[in-house]
Structures are given as structure tokens and as C-alpha cells.
Design a protein around this ligand. Structure first.
Ligand code: NAP
Length: 236
């Protein structure tokens, strides 16, 4: 098992790719600390993970609250941040300051999670942040918040790879990933689009993404990279 005796904190653990990372890390022998806001969602998610887990409900956009829970944890090996409060997609000219501030919560969650974790991470540990393909390639109109938010996370990851070294810091940029929350019409629409447009002609799965995170956690010579796990979307 590749993560035996390691402790991993996952912020955004109660659903989607964060939950996928928890399942993969626990299966590889890690103790997984599952963090997100809703305790009920965390309890349900915890039941679906086989292995050693603990849940910590906290709002990760609140750095003081995060510091308090991380102080109670002591040292850990890896931090993975998938949490996203939701990015607003509207035409650029209609974007309000309120929508922008809400969308940028994703950046602040990554920023504060890394800040609160820095003193707790072992020197040979790592941080993995989550951006999205939109951070480097705006895919469609209406991405005037989605692209800058993800671009900011990419830039933060590279910056921290320098400043927090030797702790390794990397960024995963997923393409279109079916986390089980799309309605039937969206599943069909994405399947058709992927078949016509993507080199790997399907939507991604949380397991595809979790596998890429496992690589970043375990490869000791990888830092400061943006790993696109997108079925070739960047080429399309
Ligand atoms: N799905 C895609 O196709 C796709 C594509 C490109 C990039 N991404 C990125 O990949 C990442 C994972 O996406 P996903 O679809 O797997 O996410 P998701 O299913 O929406 O999960 C988001 C998680 O974040 C938690 N969360 C939200 N706000 C929080 C806060 N303030 N503090 C703590 N936890 C918080 C949520 O739980 P609570 O609500 O209980 O807090 C939940 O566990 C995101 O950063 C997303 O932008 C996704």
C-alpha cells in the first residue's frame, strides 16, 4: 500500500472528486481526515469510505476556524483541497461584485487551507490544489469568473511550490468530470460532446482524478506542476 502510515487532510471531502480522493487514499492505507462544512454530508460520505477516516466539519474560507481544527490534529503528511463553493457563469458585462466575491471563495479556500496547514505539514509532505482547464483555456463565453478563479489557484500553487519548499505543491486541472450530480440531459449532452470532441471520448470520473492525485502525493520529485487530467480537452 502506497500511503501506509500517512495522514491526509482532504478539504472538500464530502462529495465528488474530494470523496474520490478519500476512497483512493484510504484504500492505499492512509488515515484520511475528511473536511467540509456539513457534518451530515460528511457522515454519509464517511460511510462510503473503506479504511481509517475521521470527519472535521469546518468552513474552510474561515482561516481562524481552520487553524483551530488543524491545531487539534497535530502533524500530517498531505493536504488536498478540492472544495468549491460554486462559480457563477454569466455574461461578462452582467457580472456583479457579489457574484465575483462568491466565485472567488474557491481561491480563498485553497489559500487559507494551505496557510493553516503549512506549519502542520511534514517536510517531505505535499499540498495538492484543484483548479480546472478553464484556468488556462477559457472554453466558452460566461467564463469571466471561472477562468480567473482557476487561473489564480494555478498561480497560487506554483508560488507556494517555491515558498513552502521542501513541501511539494502541485495543482490538478480536471476536464469535465461526472461526479454523479448532473441531470440525465447533462450526462447525455456531455457524452455526445465528448464523443465528438475529446481524444478520450468520455467524461472523466472521480476515480480518474483520484488516481492522478495519488501520483502527486507519492512522486517525490514532482512540484510546481499543473497536471491536466482532461481526456485531452486542452488539445481539442
Ligand atoms: N466537476 C467538474 O467537471 C470539474 C471540472 C473542472 C474543475 N473542477 C473543480 O474540481 C474541484 C472538485 O469539484 P467537484 O465537482 O468534485 O466538487 P463538489 O462535488 O461540488 O464538492 C465540493 C466540496 O466542497 C465542500 N465545500 C464547499 N464549500 C466549502 C467551504 N467553504 N469549506 C469547506 N468545504 C466546502 C462541499 O461540502 P459542503 O457543501 O458540505 O461544505 C463538497 O464536499 C472543484 O474545485 C471544482 O471547481 C470540477
Amino acid at each position: 500500500m502506497r500511503l501506509e502510515d500517512q495522514r491526509i487532510v482532504v478539504v472538500g471531502a464530502s462529495s465528488g472528486m474530494g470523496l474520490g480522493v478519500c476512497k483512493t487514499a484510504a484504500a492505499e492505507g492512509a488515515e484520511v481526515i475528511m473536511v467540509s462544512r456539513s457534518e451530515d454530508k460528511l457522515k454519509t460520505a464517511q460511510e462510503s469510505v473503506d479504511g481509517q477516516t475521521r470527519i472535521l466539519p469546518v468552513d474552510a474560507s474561515d482561516v481562524d476556524a481552520l487553524r483551530k481544527v488543524f491545531n487539534g490534529l497535530g502533524q500530517f503528511d498531505h493536504l488536498v483541497v478540492t472544495a468549491d463553493a460554486g462559480t457563477v457563469t454569466v455574461p461578462f458585462v452582467d457580472v456583479t461584485r457579489q457574484q465575483a466575491e462568491h466565485s472567488f471563495l474557491k481561491f480563498w479556500i485553497a489559500f487559507h487551507s494551505a496557510q493553516a496547514a503549512a506549519d502542520h505539514l511534514r517536510e517531505d509532505g505535499s499540498i495538492t490544489l484543484f483548479a480546472g482547464v478553464a484556468g488556462l483555456r477559457p472554453m466558452r463565453n460566461g467564463a469571466a469568473l471561472m477562468s480567473p478563479v482557476n487561473g489564480a489557484v494555478i498561480s497560487l500553487g506554483k508560488t507556494l511550490a517555491r515558498e513552502l519548499a521542501p513541501i511539494r505543491v502541485n495543482v490538478v486541472a480536471p476536464g469535465s468530470v461526472d461526479t454523479g450530480r448532473w441531470d440525465a440531459a447533462t450526462v447525455k449532452g456531455v457524452a455526445n460532446w465528448a464523443q465528438e470532441s475529446l481524444p478520450v471520448p468520455r467524461a472523466g470520473t472521480p476515480a480518474d482524478i483520484a488516481d492522478s492525485v495519488l501520483f502527486l502525493l507519492t512522486n517525490p520529485y514532482t512540484t510546481g506542476i499543473v497536471l491536466f487530467v482532461d481526456g485531452g480537452l486542452m488539445l481539442s
